[in-house]
Design a protein around this ligand. Structure first.
Ligand code: SF4
Length: 344
């Protein structure tokens, strides 16, 4: 619930408006997980809330901790849908990767989550709750959220096919007396849902955008990411161009490129990618190269580290800034495109 929805609920209960503030802070700032723990509320009200409302909609069913400190959580919704969330520690800048859907309707050929199909989209509450659960696990209940925590909407699902709930979650998480994770610290990754890229560009105070590209020509992208048949590269680039016009001072947006050995990692592919990005101000875009996880269940191998380095260098020689994303948590199946591996 947004703050306004919560206020409305308390007014219907015949309670003063400040009760909504108290409960909002208890859920999002103190990260309490039961009404019973909200001892600043009158006992009668706590009982009424426990009878008529619900703040715990996700249950953690498994938790894995990688050698590199990455943590992966498998959760279940009340209707038994799987939700996966990953915590990635990093010097002074921890990141939580959340899911926007249970499963995913897009059929990216290199992704395990795709094999689940779409089970359902998550509610704003289920998106926010993933963050609350992870923060409590990592830092302890009621501990202040470390200032540098970043969120990325890159877990299971296509966030832009759940746009309204996603943006509602972003607004709730940004509240200063709640989680206070402002949109500027959130990045949403899309496989290329063109109309929603345009919608995002129009939003005031919006999260950052990452576009998962992975192929620089339609023939290959049609095969790797079938959403390309609906929104081909040219359309995607023109929406990205519009998005570029909405960037704030110093802001960049990202293209993600999953590196698949022998499939999309040749010098020719790098040249095509650089050509494609030539339409942007190169200081405004960057490319994240993500070596594929090489999961056994898929017909793809990761590009070799040498190939990734050569690809990056080739892009660099054409003025394109590229960064190699070190895969994290591979041993616990937490890397990109690996979520749902266990379910499968
Ligand atoms: S890569 Fe992302 S968008 Fe594509 S199928 Fe997997 S979860 Fe869905």
């Amino acid at each position: 619930m947004t703050r306004a929805e919560l206020e409305e609920m308390f007014l219907e209960f015949g309670e003063p408006r400040y009760r909504a503030d108290q409960v909002f802070r208890a859920i999002h700032q103190r990260r309490l997980r039961a009404f019973d723990e909200m001892t600043d509320l009158p006992k009668k009200l706590r009982q009424k809330l426990a009878a008529e409302a619900d703040i715990e909609r996700l249950t953690v069913t498994s938790r894995y901790v990688s050698e590199d400190g990455t943590r992966r959580y498998l959760m279940r919704t009340v209707d038994q849908r799987p939700v996966e969330t990953v915590f990635i520690p990093s010097e002074g800048r921890d990141t939580i990767c959340f899911s926007s859907q249970a499963g995913c309707p897009l059929k990216c050929d290199f992704c395990l989550t795709a094999k689940l199909g779409l089970l359902r989209s998550l509610t704003a509450g289920e998106i926010v709750e993933q963050i609350l659960i992870v923060l409590n696990d990592v830092y302890g209940v009621a501990a202040e959220t470390p200032h540098g925590t970043n969120l990325v909407g890159m877990g299971a699902g296509e966030p832009f096919l759940n746009f309204d709930e996603l943006i509602k979650a972003v607004r709730i998480m940004g509240e200063p007396d709640g989680l206070h994770i402002v949109p500027n610290r959130i990045t949403i990754s899309t496989a290329g849902i063109v109309p929603r890229i345009r919608d995002l560009a129009l939003l005031p105070d919006r999260p950052h955008l990452a576009i998962s590209l992975t192929a620089a020509n339609d023939e290959l992208r049609d095969r790797l990411m079938p959403i390309n048949r609906k929104y081909p590269i040219n359309e995607l680039m023109s929406a990205a161009k519009e998005f570029e016009a909405s960037l704030r001072r110093g802001e960049r947006f990202t293209f993600e490129y999953v590196m698949l050995g022998g499939v999309n990692d040749s010098d020719r592919d790098a040249d095509r990618l650089a050509e494609l990005l030539d339409r942007f101000q190169l200081s405004r875009v960057k490319v994240n190269l993500i070596p594929h996880n090489g999961a056994d269940q898929l017909d793809y191998a990761a590009s070799t580290p040498e190939r990734v380095a050569a690809f990056k260098q080739r892009l660099g020689s054409k003025g394109v800034d590229a960064y190699v994303r070190t895969p994290r948590g591979r041993d616990i199946f937490a890397a990109c495109g690996q979520l749902a591996a266990k379910a499968i």
